[in-house]
Design a protein around this ligand. Structure first.
Ligand SMILES: N[C@@H](CCC[C@H](N)C(=O)O)C(=O)O
Length: 270
């Protein structure tokens, strides 16, 4: 099976081209591929299938030719991945599977429109973030309060006083399983001034990663909430680079770099 490897601000993915939708990506195979010692190593897998071969997309999303089948590194399925969309889009562009500088792709979370910026960065229309209350995460014996943001997938974004660089995110943070029965991606951030935040993330199904696109938007929403705003442009600094988030009345946009770094033949079997 052919594979490619790519990343967006060091949130890294193995891409499996499967235009006819015939590859069975079992949880065990995904976990093996993502293993950083026994496999290729990645935060997740992006299977690239024609939307007509997927039964998991809404009617609206079915208008896109390509479906991003995203899996976390533990093999679990997620609805959306913001950096994944950008890396997936880079693969489609490099492989000439899409035309022009604006196109859409299908995800389990719905249709996502992508635009190529003049500097080569990719911007994704991430849809309208939905805020649904407050909750708390516990890390290293500290409890941090934050807001719950649905980006198609679940997030808890917490502004914290301690420097994020000092957090130990080697273990799953505690969270309220009544609020998040299907698990949650947890962002911990330090607001810097009025339009910047430094963020770390512990992702559901993947552990700490060096970036998370949906998490960056959730962080911008939480940071804006703190400063009494609903709209604006936010610079989100993640461990693997810098992302830009624009919040407007109706939707949100995520921009940043995405690159393909390798390709090869996968010999791993389940
Ligand atoms: N890294 C992603 C989010 C991937 C999915 C997440 N772990 C989940 O289970 O919801 C991003 O860039 O958004």
């Amino acid at each position: 099976m052919r594979f490619l490897k790519g990343h967006g601000t060091e949130n890294d993915f193995v891409i499996l081209p499967d235009p006819d939708g015939v590859v069975d990506v079992s949880a065990a195979l995904v976990a093996k591929i993502c293993d950083r010692r026994a496999g290729i190593g990645a935060d997740g897998v992006l299977r690239v299938a024609r939307t007509e071969h997927s039964h998991e997309v809404s009617d609206q999303a079915a208008e896109a030719e390509w479906f991003m089948d995203y899996r976390n590194s533990d093999g679990s399925v997620a609805e959306m991945c913001g950096n994944g969309v950008r890396v997936f889009a880079r693969y489609l562009l490099d492989s000439k599977l899409v035309d022009g500088s604006e196109f859409a792709l299908a995800t389990r979370g719905g249709l996502r429109r992508v635009r190529v910026e003049p500097n080569g960065d990719l911007t994704v229309d991430m849809g309208r973030p939905v805020v649904h209350g407050e909750s708390a995460a516990s890390v290293g014996g500290h409890e941090y309060h934050g807001i719950c943001v649905d980006m198609g997938n679940p997030h808890l974004a917490c502004a914290i006083g301690d420097p994020v660089a000092q957090l130990d995110l080697s273990h799953q943070p505690g969270f309220d399983t009544v609020v998040f029965p299907a698990g949650v991606n947890i962002e911990l951030f330090n607001p810097v001034g009025t339009s910047r935040a430094v963020m770390r993330v512990f992702e559901r199904g993947s552990g700490e990663t060096r970036s998370c696109g949906t998490g960056a938007v959730a962080t911008a929403v939480a940071a804006a909430h703190l400063s009494g705003d609903k709209t604006g442009t936010w610079t989100i600094e993640v461990v693997g680079g810098t992302l830009t988030v624009i919040l407007d009345e109706d939707t949100s946009y995520l921009s940043g770099p995405a690159v393909i770094v390798a390709s090869g033949e996968l010999t791993l079997a389940e």
